[in-house]
Design a protein around this ligand. Structure first.
Ligand SMILES: *[C@@H]1O[C@H](CO)[C@@H](O)[C@H](O)[C@H]1NC(C)=O
Length: 297
């Protein structure tokens, strides 16, 4: 680290230290925990592969790294509807649901041009019955999630019955992470209460408001991993009312994976402190690598 950067980092710490908020401390993840994410990272990356390839599970490296996967359904056209797939991993004993991400440079401008707004999650009460009116999310993400909601739910129901499992894991990178997070709120509202869910997101942008983040913290098991100076996880900005749920893991430049407790942890070991604005970001960090996996098909 250069002297100037070190000085800036120390200045940031000095400015943050008098804050009255007490936070849990940041801890480094061990290698076995990091390696435990990797099958899901390959699944998130396979979300970029065409439906014909994920349905046959012959999508190349991404598929080869989870060789026992049994696909159930896939869809999307990669244009007006992002690709998605659902299947069963017999090693993990879990149904996997994955959504495709998108081109990072287009995505960044979409999320910084403010040509979007926070919309009530239960606008379509068929999809999100009974959730509080105070919960609001990005209108574009909400519209996209609705396009695949019925097909994803049907495939998950089929898989749970076919493979006698009650475990469902949702994965995604980039826009796919946002869709996966909305599916993680949607699916439990339509599946038996004994179903266990977890969500693993990579390069997740902010999806909703404070009430949404609080709902996610109270009801989901979310881990969202972001890489070095990726600017996507800091947009849309907090000044627009967007808040990240807890569950952040930040891959630092030094290679350490920091578990960052709380919502939008401001530490320089976490994305909000590390990338104060998009001009400090490095867009190529968005695709990884995440423990050796670079997103894409
Ligand atoms: C709600 O979403 C479902 C599933 O996408 C759709 O079939 C239905 O038409 C939507 N209802 C309204 C009122 O938009």
């Amino acid at each position: 680290m250069s002297f100037v950067l070190l000085t800036l980092a120390l200045a940031g710490l000095a400015a943050a230290s008098p804050a009255p908020i007490r936070r849990q401390s940041i801890t480094a993840l061990g290698q076995s925990t990091i390696d435990g994410f990797t099958p899901y990272t390959w699944y998130a990356s396979a979300g970029y592969c065409a439906p014909s390839a994920t349905l046959a599970w012959n999508c190349g490296t991404n598929c080869d790294n989870n060789p026992s996967f049994e696909p159930i359904a896939s869809g999307g056209d990669g244009d007006s509807v992002q690709y998605w797939y659902v299947g069963y991993d017999p090693t993990l004993g879990e149904i996997i649901v994955a959504h495709q991400g998108t081109d990072p440079s287009e995505f960044e401008s979409d999320l910084t041009d403010a040509d979007f707004f926070l919309e009530q999650l239960n606008t379509n009460s068929t999809l999100f019955p009974g959730v509080s009116d105070s919960i609001e999310v990005h209108n574009g993400f909400l519209a996209e999630q609705a396009l695949t909601a019925d097909a994803v739910l049907a495939a998950v129901q089929q898989g749970m019955s076919q493979y006698s499992t009650t475990a469902v894991t949702l994965v995604g990178h980039s826009l796919g992470a946002a869709l996966s997070l909305l599916d993680s709120v949607y699916l439990p509202l339509h599946l038996p209460s004994g179903t266990s869910f977890k969500t693993l997101n990579y390069g997740l942008p902010r999806v909703g408001n404070q009430a949404f983040a609080d709902y996610v913290d109270a009801n989901l098991h979310l881990t969202h991993i972001n890489n070095e100076e990726d600017p996507i996880p800091i947009v849309p900005g907090m000044f627009l009312g967007f808040v990240h749920p807890a569950g952040e893991v930040h891959i630092e430049d030094v290679g350490e994976w920091a578990s960052c407790p709380g919502q939008d942890n401001p530490s320089t070991q976490c994305i909000v402190g590390d990338v104060p604005n998009v001009f400090d970001g490095t867009l190529s960090d968005h695709d990884g690598p995440y423990n050796g996996v670079t997103m894409g098909c």
